[in-house]
Design a protein around this ligand. Structure first.
Ligand code: FBP
Length: 551
């Protein structure tokens, strides 16, 4: 294998831990708070989770531990999309286990939740672990999106875990995977099994957060990676002065990534899906917002600029949202009929099934977008927004808007748009120092939760705006973060997805400065993630986290 100079250097990096966790495990005590309630729908959640509802928040502090530290066997899975730092969660868990008792064992299930069902796993050894420390990606044990939902599946997981004599399972995943983790923890208890389940908050999307989970891991690195590229493109635009760059950014429904990248790079236009929905902006309104900046800048002779588009945008534009809902219902109700239609004829077939309003919207979209809207949904029922080329849709529509404006004598500029999509390139970067430290601490904390007998908890680090030594480690009951939501026509207990809050500090700051960014050249150039050098260059957290935690 060829190892790059950076990879070699990163092997030697020692992730920072909160100082309370730096001592011997015998001197770290679990301090429990009082009973908790779920964020909403308390009665329904309590009924669905009779064994795990209401557990206290736990924090780890200096003090004599009551844990026994007998040898234990723990399984771990990486679930869903990749996020930088996953390997370090495993490293923190592994080091904690071995530090407390060298006889303890860690098993990595392969390919995500399906590895649990198929009993495909490997044992993590020192040499294997050392190959992956501080590296990006999930390739050590891979990941997958299989959804665990039926009781047959849960039985199979239990059976496979029992065959291996597992004491605990750590699920590293996003909101859906941690919801699965909560259900699994409850299921094991209901079946009188003592196998514990602990979750860790993963996703570049940044939408698994609340007052206790300050950020999900991977968000920091992914946003910094995209911001580097956006900054570079902005500088290219400033140099060549001839292109408008339409950049779609990954992140699913939430616009956290787009907002963070905007704060880092100050582009001319950034669309925030949550605002589009709140203001009920139509596609025409969105196009007009972009065209406003293009036209204002053209007056100054600047026929170039940067537009950031969150990938989930189309789902928040009222008329397209309604169309997608109709398409979802139709595609599941008439799945067989739809499946039998020749690919080329699908849009026409779909069009004929829709009501007049949705049919009109569907017909108004370019043909490639019509196809992209009827692609298969993912196993969790989500539209695969990464595959919809919103950047092209918008640049085409802005072009026609400008043509009209030109005909009316309102615009004299030139408009040459280029489309980009930044997504997969940010998910497996070498984790930033923040993510490397945060993930290692999350993994180490998940070990402490196991050692202290907890189940149905998510590993948590708080006060993340401070240096790592001052972070507060602990566990939050998963049921606390749940509410009831309609999924596939049924009410289900799920962890609440955190979208951008329009009255939150990050958005408020952005809203305050964006008109200036729209018409000026205020671009900022963050450059590549730095791993070595002054703390203010290497260890800074995301601007979102900084603003959210500011007084
Ligand atoms: P999760 O962390 O929620 O699994 O999603 C991360 C993500 O990168 C989303 O931003 C994106 O929409 C999706 O995965 C893409 O899915 P896939 O990797 O299956 O193409």
């Amino acid at each position: 294998k060829s190892i790059t100079a950076l990879q070699k250097a990163r092997y030697a990096y020692l992730p920072k831990l909160p100082s309370a966790l730096m001592q011997d495990v015998k001197n770290v005590v679990a301090v429990k708070g009082s009973a908790t309630e779920s964020f909403a729908d308390q009665q329904a959640i309590k009924q669905l989770f009779p064994h795990t509802y209401g557990q206290p928040i736990v924090s780890f502090e200096s003090g004599a531990s009551s844990a026994t530290f007998n040898p234990i066997k723990v399984g771990v899975i990486l679930s869903g999309g990749q996020a930088p730092g996953g390997h370090n969660v495993i490293a923190g868990l592994y080091d904690g286990l071995k530090k407390a008792n060298p006889q303890s064992q860690l098993f990595g299930f392969l390919g995500g939740p399906s590895g649990l069902l198929e009993a495909k796993y490997l044992e993590v050894t020192d040499s294997l672990m050392d190959e992956y420390r501080n590296t990006g990606g999930f390739d050590m044990i891979q990941s997958g999106r299989t959804k665990l939902e039926s009781s047959e599946q849960f039985d199979l997981v239990l059976e496979n875990a029992q065959k291996l004599s597992l004491d605990a399972l750590v699920v590293i995943g996003g909101d859906d995977s941690n919801t699965n983790g909560a259900v699994l923890a409850e299921y094991f208890k209901a079946k009188n099994s003592s196998i514990q389940v602990i979750g860790c908050p993963k996703t570049i999307d940044g939408d698994l957060k609340n007052q206790f989970i300050e950020t999900s891991f991977g968000f920091d690195t992914a946003a910094k990676t995209y911001s580097e590229l956006i900054g570079n493109i902005a500088r290219d635009a400033m140099s060549a002065r001839k292109y408008w760059h339409f950049i779609k950014l990954m992140g699913r429904s939430a616009s956290h990534i787009a907002l963070e990248c905007a704060l880092q790079t100050r582009p001319n236009v950034t669309l925030i899906s949550e605002e589009v929905e709140a203001k009920q902006m139509t596609l025409a309104d969105v196009v007009q917002e972009i065209a406003h900046s293009v036209m204002k800048r053209a007056e100054k002779g600047w026929n170039f600029g940067i537009v950031l588009i969150p990938e989930g945008l189309v789902e928040f534009i009222p008329e397209i949202k309604a169309l997608i809902a109709k398409l979802n219902d139709m595609m599941s109700e008439k799945a067989d009929e739809f499946g039998a239609i020749e690919l080329e004829k699908q849009p026409e077939w779909v069009h004929a099934q829709l009501d007049a309003k949705s049919a009109e919207v569907y017909a108004s979209l370019p043909r490639d977008i019509q196809f992209q809207l009827i692609l298969d949904r993912d196993p969790h029922g989500n539209v695969q927004v990464s595959l919809i080329e919103t950047e092209k849709l918008l640049s085409k529509m802005v072009a026609s808007y400008l043509e009209k404006a030109k005909a009316e004598g309102k615009y004299k500029g030139k408009f040459a748009p280029l489309g980009h999509f930044f997504g997969y390139e940010g998910r497996c970067a070498f984790p930033s120092n923040f993510d490397a430290d945060y993930c290692y601490s999350l993994g180490y904390t998940s070990f402490l939760l196991i050692a202290n007998g907890m189940t149905g908890y998510i590993s948590s680090l708080r006060e993340l705006q401070r240096p790592a030594s001052e972070w507060v480690a602990g566990g939050i009951p998963l049921t606390m973060m749940m509410n009831m939501e309609r999924r596939h026509g049924e009410m289900k207990p799920v962890i609440r997805k955190a979208l951008v809050e329009l009255n939150g500090k990050p958005f408020q700051y952005f809203a305050h400065v964006r008109e200036k960014w729209a018409v000026e050249n205020d671009f900022a150039y963050p450059g590549a993630i730095q791993y070595y050098g002054p703390t203010e260059v290497c260890d800074q957290t995301s601007i979102t986290l900084g603003l959210e935690k500011s007084k």
